[in-house]
Design a protein around this ligand. Structure first.
Ligand SMILES: CC(C)(COP(=O)(O)OP(=O)(O)OC[C@H]1O[C@@H](n2cnc3c(N)ncnc32)[C@H](O)[C@@H]1OP(=O)(O)O)[C@@H](O)C(=O)NCCC(=O)NCCS
Length: 343
């Protein structure tokens, strides 16, 4: 390294919550500033895994000081690089010289994780979405290790704040009146707990040959889609699920599930669309537009001032929809996938 500083890379499982907490504190602040995202519940979960010494990954150290970390999650044959992060260096109120450069620490950590995973016989696929980092930041490292990179956009729409009635905290009271109508032969209804299986089937039907199912192979199978939905609905990785702003479009005659929108809350004033899809045979009838409108109305009624979502840059249909609905680009980041070459 040009800085002449020797970094030590060690296994993340040697460290507990106490050692990583300060670094995660800075990371939470950066998530909030850059993406309006309250990362605290995710950080809490990570700290629990750290204390259980069960989070695979690496830390970078300089003279015993932890400068950054990367973590991974294994899912059968696949590994996901969850995050790579090294905070800007600050002592007291002063930013000190960025030595070694933060980017170089992160690059080294990513390189370490990628090398480990791509050389692990049980791992056939590695995925990552580097949400905190600008697109291309680690392009060279990822390309060198055979990753395919796709740009993704982080979009935002400012919402119109409507005062929340006390009774609207109740789920049924918040059901928008427009949900009584019929659009494209479908009714809308709120998400219910028992919808997980039908929603997973809808995802598999909506994403074949889609850029997002190349980025995330959970979209390609029923068990995968169920895991994906389970993460959205039960875990804080994509914010806390808001069932009152999550709707299904159901065929008014057959009762078949035609489309859905799922929403979460990522900070006190910010909602997030975690999923929107419409089955191919129900597209171009205005269903996605309607689902999004209802979700927005419900989030506005809950005092949300902003709404964000992520979309793959090559997903032209979805981008047209979001532009029409007033979303604008806040940030561009990379998703990357490695697949073990078949012999
Ligand atoms: C993106 C997606 C959700 C859009 O769903 P949709 O229900 O077809 O969307 P809408 O019907 O509201 O709008 C789609 C188009 O139909 C048009 N349309 C709406 N109502 C119509 C009608 N009654 N007759 C004809 N066209 C109509 C819209 O103007 C829009 O046109 P455009 O694409 O040329 O701008 C859908 O294509 C999908 O599920 N894709 C796969 C999953 C996905 O990519 N999800 C987003 C991940 S970020």
């Amino acid at each position: 390294m040009a800085t002449g500083v020797t970094l030590e890379i060690r296994d993340l499982r040697l460290y507990g919550a106490t050692e990583l907490r300060p670094l995660l504190g800075v990371e939470c602040e950066i998530w909030r500033q850059r993406l309006n995202w309250e990362y605290k519940s995710s950080a809490r979960l990570l700290l629990e895994y750290l204390d259980a010494r069960s989070l695979p990954g690496f830390v970078a150290l300089e003279q015993g000081e932890i400068l950054g970390y990367v973590f991974c999650v294994y899912e059968a044959h696949k590994a996901v690089i969850g995050n790579v992060f090294a905070p800007p260096r600050v002592i007291g109120d002063w930013s000190v010289a960025d030595t070694p450069p933060r980017h170089e620490v992160e690059r080294l950590l990513l390189e370490q994780a990628v090398t480990l995973l791509t050389h692990s016989p049980g791992v056939d696929r590695v995925e990552t979405q580097l949400l905190l980092h600008p697109a291309g930041e680690f392009g060279a490292t990822l390309a060198e290790h055979g990753f395919q990179r796709s740009e993704r956009l982080y979009l935002e729409r400012i919402l119109r704040r409507t005062p929340m009635h006390t009774s609207q905290t109740n789920c049924a009271a918040a059901t928008p009146v427009r949900a009584q109508a019929i659009v494209g032969g479908c009714n809308l209804r709120l998400w219910r707990d028992g919808d997980m299986h039908g929603a997973a089937q809808l995802i598999v039907a909506a994403y074949p040959e889609h850029p997002d199912s190349r980025i995330n192979d959970q979209y390609r199978s029923l068990p995968g889609a169920q895991r994906f939905l389970h993460n959205i609905v039960r875990f804080p990785g994509c914010g806390s699920f808001v069932p009152e702003a999550s709707f299904l479009a159901v065929d008014a005659v057959s009762g078949a599930l035609a489309g859905m929108v799922l929403s979460s809350q990522i900070s006190s004033g910010c909602g997030h669309i975690t999923q929107i899809c419409v089955a191919p045979e129900y597209r171009r009838r205005g269903l996605a537009d309607w689902l999004l409108e209802e979700s927005i109305a419900s989030l506005e009624a809950r005092g949300m001032e902003r709404l964000t979502l992520t979309v793959t840059a090559s997903n032209a249909d979805a981008i047209r929809l979001y532009q029409r609905k007033g979303f604008t680009e806040l940030h561009r980041f990379d998703a990357a996938v490695w697949e073990r070459p078949r012999l």
